[in-house]
Design a protein around this ligand. Sequence first.
Ligand SMILES: [Zn+2]
Length: 647
Amino acid sequence: MDKRLFTHPLPLKSVRITDGFWGNYQRKVLNEVIPYQWEALNDRVPGADRSGCIRNFEIAAGRAAGEHIGWVFQDSDLAKWLEAAAYALVLRPDPDLERRMDETIELICEAQQPDGYLDTYYIITGLDKRFTNLQDHHELYCFGHMTEAAVAYYYATGKDALLQAMIRYADCIDRCIGPEPGKLRGYPGHEEAELALIRLYGITHDEKHLRLAKYFIDERGQSPLYFEEEGRRNGNRFYWRDTHYRYHYYQAGMPVRAQRNADGHAVRAMYLLCGVADIARVTGDESLLDTAEALWKSVARRQMYITGAIGSSHVGEAFTFDYDLPNDTVYGETCAAIGLVFFARRMLELRPRAEYADVMERALYNGVISGMSLDGKRFFYVNPLEVVPEACEKDEGKRHVKPERQKWFGCACCPPNIARLLGSVSQYMLTAREGAIYVHLYIGAELDASLNGQPLSLRLNSGFPWQGRAELTVVSGSASGRIALRVPGWCRYYTLRVNGRPADAPTEDGYLLLDRDWQPGDAVTLDFDMPVTRMAADPRVREDTGKVAVTRGPVVYCLEEKDNGGSLHLLRLPRDAAFEIHDEPELLDGVTVLTAKGLRRSAAWAAEGLYAPAEACEEAAQTLTFIPYYAWANRGVGEMCVWVREA
Ligand SMILES: [Zn+2]
């Protein structure tokens, strides 16, 4: 591995998003999500589940009396909010928000114990029990999220109070957990500390942080299994004992380097793989890179929905087996699609390859933002591809699927997670190294970059996701080097122009390579053909046989009852039906809608009973109206499906 070829995102403040589509989402995060979630964390949203997050810190800091509220991982909700709010400060300075964050960080530091320990659940319920249930009690997960918040806040403001607190907590963990005699030979039940320690290491360059992260990866799944010993020693309940998951639920069924199938809880798997890829990058460890690549294929080529959702079973919020992708009982947690975006960006850092960016784009434009309502106030935890509202109510196997987004969950992992990703979307659109800039996502932005040490200001304009045009202009600076532009996997024909003239460029791993002396005013224009496409699934995906999903560019479409009437299962899309493309600026915050002449099978049934000899069924013409999947469930409750029968 040549580490000089690794790329990295530009600093947060070097990218200013100007994009219509993502700018709109970022405004929602700034204006709706962050203020709303602050109210939720403070238990001030009428009708929403109680969070208790701030209250727990007040109790832990001795400012209030009472019992711990919520889950053992409740602290992570505040951590993710702080991280999202830190990105918000970069997007738009806000002294009031910053003051509130400083006060909150003061409260967090006040709750920290003299030896650095910082987890409100055990501070309130009994410190003698800390680190006794690494398998299920999420202390290291909460540590990881608070560390990510500390890193983000440090980059946003230069203030390091929370960072120093988390360095003290890392020291405390390092004194208690590790391979040395006298320490607990444990690791996180819910991964996250690994990737967070690497982010911390990026600032501290303290070998201790890298060593601890690497230890967590290397010890996981080793025999004798720590979780088994821990359970025996402390009498912990093993919830997954009688399931086929057992320790695979925690990706601990075998050593990490030996794993070749993504298993168990999908969010945990993604966070683990982020840590694996990060450590491969920092240390140049080939075997970890092999593991990351194998598990990437297991997820992206065999266990991922067309929307970028992952985790097909609600039992364990987990992967099941290859090509098992039911549309109506899926879990597809918003956090898991977000985790897939995190993992994809890390794979791109190791090697710019369009497959990674294709999946990142698929998840972002579909299975991630489907998690939030267009007003930024309601959230999906589960992201189904097919919904019949009555089944969500009366079929216990589908009760986890909701036909409308919810206000705030008692377990509120997804809402602040989506906020921190949207707030930092600039960290996913491009990565760079010494002599090259790789554009992965066509998101409008102004960039302060450099090539071979020479500063270069760039502007990227894009019509994505509705139009396939992207323009990159050099605003100022002169530099020689490579700008590499991704050709999306969905695009078969494109034209490239440099300074208005048709141009040719070699491609490598799905990127157009433009090597030249860049001068102010230089402009690269790409026109990606963006036709409506009927997508089929691998025949091994049983649920999608005989059906197609309609896509255009990066956007996956769906049918909703609102436009097409109920009983969506009676609709069929003829193979030769032509699509009409309609721009609807007033609909669903501005979308492109697709229509086609389809068929509706008659619901008439002459027989008395449920079954009768089959006869030719009658079908009538009906226009089918497709809207972007991410925008479903914003106009009331009704049926929805992504995969439609072909005629
Ligand atoms: Zn979640």
